[in-house]
Write a protein that binds this ligand. Structure first.
Ligand code: ADP
Ligand code: MG
Length: 361
């Protein structure tokens, strides 16, 4: 088990006009589960592969434990990787697949047997040890890939979208299994996914990447409740946070003909982007005018799509709440997010919690 320290790391692929990853600083604690999340092409795999030793590091330093590993071969980094295409050897049985890496390292036979048996027990693969991969389901194959990593007893697990090939239901099950296994073994994990829900549910801390840079690092709920930018606000959470054009006039926020009293003076003025989560808008006698367009019924919740002052907005309501053709919505000041319209960065607010705020001028 080990910490992983990434210092000012960058990567420019040969011949590429710009770096794919730049200025990455990240300290991963021993035993921590870190998820790198962001849209396709933001540099997640590149960063992971530099930690693994599968890509050269163009600048900066990667440490695993107290060793700088920049120039070490993948095999000498004491890490185990699990990929999306689990790449099992088709001609080998489950047992042989799991034992293969240890055999190559000349681990004593008895030790291999003990470790494979232990991993098979943890992953409930006991009944399948003598089968070939083609006789396994997708979920079982994914578990064998996990088993292959587990038997290595590495300092860290590196995962690159390991669940992407599975159907939705199996992804949820395997997500739980990976999390449980990692906690039980206490092995540091660095996990890459583009799926924000997978990221939220797995991570001790999330690292949100955008265009090769870190946008925000934090515990999933801290990021959900205090996104550092409009990028994070719209990427983390489903439905995405509502983002509206608004104007700051001192402590008043103008939204078309509506005015929201903030109850404090924010550190900005003029045009801003107002962020409101779908569940933070509640039907009220007075407040922001909302025109519903259509409803998505999700069972436990309904999503009501419509407009406030001509701008698209989604509400998440309890299905028992009636939806009229015109509604008024209120929101607590503490639940409002303000962002700089140009940079997209969060504007510091000091809203007093619980203050009720909306009025229509
Ligand atoms: N081998 C490569 N050669 C050149 N460019 C690459 C290579 N691999 C990835 N890239 C580029 O680097 C950027 C980040 O890619 P990647 O790390 O694979 O993103 P992600 O895993 O987040 O989808 C992309 O613009 C991609 O096109
Ligand atoms: Mg990738």
């Amino acid at each position: 088990m080990a910490s992983i320290t990434i210092t000012d790391v960058s990567k420019t692929y040969p011949g590429a006009p710009a770096p794919s990853v730049t200025g990455i600083n990240l300290s991963i604690r021993d035993g921590e589960f870190i998820v790198l999340v962001g849209p396709s092409g933001c540099g997640k795999s590149t960063l992971l592969r530099m930690v693994a030793g599968l890509e050269d590091i163009s600048g900066g330093e990667v440490r695993i434990g107290d060793r700088v590993v920049n120039r070490l071969d993948p095999a000498d980094r004491d890490i185990a990787m699990v990929f999306q295409n689990y790449a099992l050897y088709p001609h080998m049985t489950v047992r042989e697949n799991m034992a293969y890496g240890l055999k190559n390292r000349r681990t004593p036979k008895a030790e291999i047997e003990t470790r494979v048996a232990e991993a098979a027990r943890m992953l409930e693969l006991g009944p399948y040890l003598d089968r070939k991969p083609r006789a396994l389901s997708g979920g079982q194959r994914q578990r064998v890939a996990m088993g292959r990593a587990v038997v290595r007893q590495p300092s860290a697990f590196l995962f690159d979208e390991p669940l992407s090939n599975l159907d939705a239901k199996l992804r949820v099950t395997m997500r739980g299994e990976i999390r449980r296994l990692q906690k039980r073994l206490g092995t540091t994990a660095l996990y890459v996914t583009h799926d924000q829900l997978e990221a939220m549910t797995l991570a001790d801390r999330l690292v949100v990447l955008n265009g090769g840079r870190i946008e925000q690092v934090g515990a999933p709920l801290d990021i959900y409740h205090r996104p550092a930018s409009t990028f994070v606000a719209s990427f983390i959470g489903s439905p995405a946070m509502n983002l509206l054009d608004a104007g700051l006039e001192g402590a008043r926020l103008r939204l078309g003909t509506s005015v929201i009293e903030l109850g404090h003076l924010p550190a900005a003025r003029g045009a801003v982007t107002l962020g409101i989560r779908a569940e933070d808008l509640t039907p009220a006698a007075t407040g922001l005018p909302f025109r519903p367009d259509f409803i998505e019924e999700l069972g436990a919740q309904r999503l009501v799509h419509g407009h406030i002052e001509g701008q698209p907005v989604v509400l998440a309501l309890d299905p028992a709440v009636p939806v009229g053709s015109e509604m008024r919505l209120s929101v607590a000041a503490a639940r409002l997010h303000l962002f700089d319209t140009t940079s997209g960065r969060r504007i510091a607010t000091a809203a007093r919690p619980g203050l009720a705020v909306t009025e229509t001028a």
